[in-house]
Design a binder for this molecule. Structure first.
Ligand code: SF4
Length: 323
């Protein structure tokens, strides 16, 4: 697994502002100061000489920047990289073609994350993303066929999303098997066009529980396909006063993990048998005032929760997590 050093280019290159987006509020970053970035990247590279590292350009549509803008950024950072370093970029699926993929291949870009958000035609149209299912799938395949690591970003809760669009997304993940997945349930950020839709009652965000359930569904599929889920929930850099509505919680990822644990415990449950939990499982269920312990007790009425601390199993699991 690579160490990532993120450089934020809020909405740089974006053809239009998507109705829900405010990258400056999400990342807490202003426009990229390239000299400062070069200084920080050099320190990052020096501090991790032997590890696999990536310098990531996040928060905009990197491949829609002009060639001059792209070259200026990479040419400043490139001489600082060691032999264990490469670039990672995040971009919009409409701005992927053979020419740009060739350029990426010539410039030490190893990983391309696509902000797909949803594969369903109706949801994409309703959300004004500017592309449809065919373009989204085509961009993913082009990235993979050109030999890059593909990361897909999905956004549960977009306008028009429902159970059938969730099924479509699960279908395309099975088809594409990206290297990794980021899940950002949609929240309503103040000052975005979505705020107006929400205030007029034309958009209703997911509840926190619904978003957790959907992300748990994605995680189960991802696990079965060996797709790594590297992000669950909106970045915590956003100030709470900028969030108007939606399934935001700083511990969102923990909640999804707890939901996954409960689903597993439910599957393994034997009536009249106690449930054994190791230390980390116990911590997941007892965190946040025992939120998930209560949910487990509610789902498995009359179960006896017996907490067994198994340090050996925990440390073995931790080792496995790091490999
Ligand atoms: S393309 Fe991505 S970064 Fe740009 S406005 Fe849309 S969601 Fe935001």
């Amino acid at each position: 697994m690579s160490l990532i050093y993120p450089l934020f280019i809020p909405m740089a290159g974006c053809a239009a502002r998507c109705i829900y987006c405010d990258q400056s509020k999400l990342s807490g970053a202003s426009a990229l100061d390239l000299e400062q970035a070069a200084h920080d990247v050099a320190a990052f590279i020096r501090h991790h000489p032997e590890q696999d590292k990536q310098i990531a350009f996040y928060g905009g549509s990197f491949t829609r920047l002009s060639p001059q803008e792209r070259n200026t950024m990479l040419e400043r950072i490139l001489p600082l990289l060691d032999e264990h370093s490469s670039f990672r970029i995040s971009t919009h699926p409409l701005w992927i073609d053979q020419e740009i993929l060739d350029w990426c291949g010539q410039n030490r870009i190893r990983t391309i994350e696509l902000g797909i958000q949803d594969f369903n035609e109706a949801v994409l149209h309703r959300s004004g993303r500017g592309y449809g299912t065919a373009e989204a799938v085509g961009a993913c395949k082009a990235v993979q066929e050109a030999g890059f690591e593909l990361g897909i970003q999905l956004m549960p809760g977009l306008p028009g999303a429902d159970l059938s669009s969730l099924e479509a997304n699960l279908y395309y993940l099975r088809e594409l098997k990206p290297r990794f997945l980021r899940l950002y349930p949609l929240i309503v950020i103040k000052g975005t066009p979505l705020e107006e839709e929400f205030r007029q009652g034309r958009y209703q965000p997911l509840s926190l529980d619904a978003a957790i359930q959907i992300c748990a569904d994605y995680c189960l599929l991802a696990e079965s396909l060996r797709i790594r889920v590297i992000k669950l929930g909106i970045p915590s850099n956003i100030a709470s006063e900028d969030i108007l509505a939606g399934p935001y919680h700083p511990a969102f990822g923990e909640f999804v993990k707890a939901e996954l644990l409960i689903r597993k415990l439910e599957l393994d449950y034997q009536p009249d048998q106690p449930i054994f939990l190791n230390r980390s499982q116990s911590a997941l269920l007892s965190g946040h005032s025992g939120r998930y312990r209560k949910i487990l007790e509610d789902r498995l009425k009359n179960c006896t929760l017996e907490i067994k601390i198994t340090d050996i199993a925990d440390s073995k699991k931790n080792q496995e997590d790091k490999t």
